[in-house]
Ligand binder design. Structure first.
Ligand code: AMP
Length: 281
């Protein structure tokens, strides 16, 4: 695996390949890699001839300094895992490489309503920061395929917006959420949970499955009941438990294959904010 830290490194390497440029599959991450990330890398290997994974904990998408500082960093293990998957290139840029002139007061993306609901409502500025970093990474790496996880449902829709808005010639592929045996969605943030915290957190997926089984008909009473269930299971607070019909969030014709209906949950346990979702047709 080639390790590049700058845009110049990348251009030099790509230049050395010659004119027969490979089909590039790109997996952007913030590191602390787990099976979810590695599944994206494997799918990228299947769909393209050259796989680039980036690891960059993007300060522009954290609305709380504390959360940014607490983000787990396991770079040596990440490199080991990527080597094992035969990832072709790791892009490991510094903050100044991604944001040479800083990231405050940068351009504003007209994302629309989706920017302000759910994650957007709880993490003001988050999706502007996501657009900023993905815009920059796509500009540097120029991939043919961009692989994203369904776990970050709203992020997939925002990045689809960005790609359309900037008319970027990249295809987005969304990969289903990879879970622990308990059903808990794998997440780098799970590293901050105790073993019992992880066990308790698995209730999120059970609740999502119930909502799906009941045709995504989430009444106000039932929503309150779910909130109570989560609190009783050990969650400190619940940010949202919602269910939406097709097009409510993205107004699209399901271009990403994300289904016609979706239920989403965000809740906090042991000071860690977890998100998850389930889709249906
Ligand atoms: P992150 O490192 O959390 O920014 O995630 C990098 C990419 O991996 C994003 O596209 C995520 O949606 C995806 N991802 C994270 N967790 C999972 C998971 N459990 N299953 C599938 N994809 C995931």
């Amino acid at each position: 695996m080639v390790l590049c830290k700058t845009k110049t490194d990348i251009l030099t390497y790509i230049g050395s390949i010659g004119y027969d440029l490979p089909k590039i599959g790109f997996v952007p991450t913030m590191g602390a890699l787990h099976e979810g990330h590695l599944t994206l890398v494997r799918e990228a290997k299947r769909l393209s001839s050259f796989v680039i994974c980036s690891i960059f904990v993007n300060p522009a998408q954290f609305n709380e300094e504390k959360d940014y500082k607490a983000y787990p960093i396991t770079i040596e293990n990440d490199i080991f895992l990527l080597e094992k998957e035969r990832c072709d290139m790791l892009f490991l840029p510094s903050i100044s490489e991604i944001y040479p002139t800083g990231f405050h007061n940068r351009q504003h993306y007209p994302i629309g309503n989706i920017e302000n609901v759910l994650e957007g409502a709880y993490r003001p500025g988050h999706f502007q920061g996501v657009c900023l970093v993905i815009d920059r990474l796509l500009d540097i790496l120029k991939p043919n395929i961009l692989l994203l996880g369904q776990k970050d449902y709203q992020q997939c829709l925002v990045i689809q917006f960005l790609v359309n808005y900037k008319n970027m010639p990249v295809e987005i592929k969304v990969i289903p959420t990879v879970r622990e045996a308990s059903g808990l969605a794998m997440s780098s943030r799970n590293l901050r949970l105790s073993i019992t915290g992880r066990e308790k957190a698995a209730i999120i997926y059970r609740v999502l499955q119930d909502i799906k089984q009941n045709g995504f008909q989430l009444t106000e009473d039932w929503q309150q009941h779910i909130r109570k269930q989560l609190i009783e299971a050990g969650f400190e607070s619940i940010d949202y438990v919602v269910s939406y019909p097709s097009g409510f969030l993205d107004n699209s014709e399901d271009r990403l294959g994300l289904g016609k209906k979706v239920a989403l949950i965000a809740a906090n346990i042991e000071g860690v904010r977890l998100i998850d979702n389930i889709i249906g047709y």
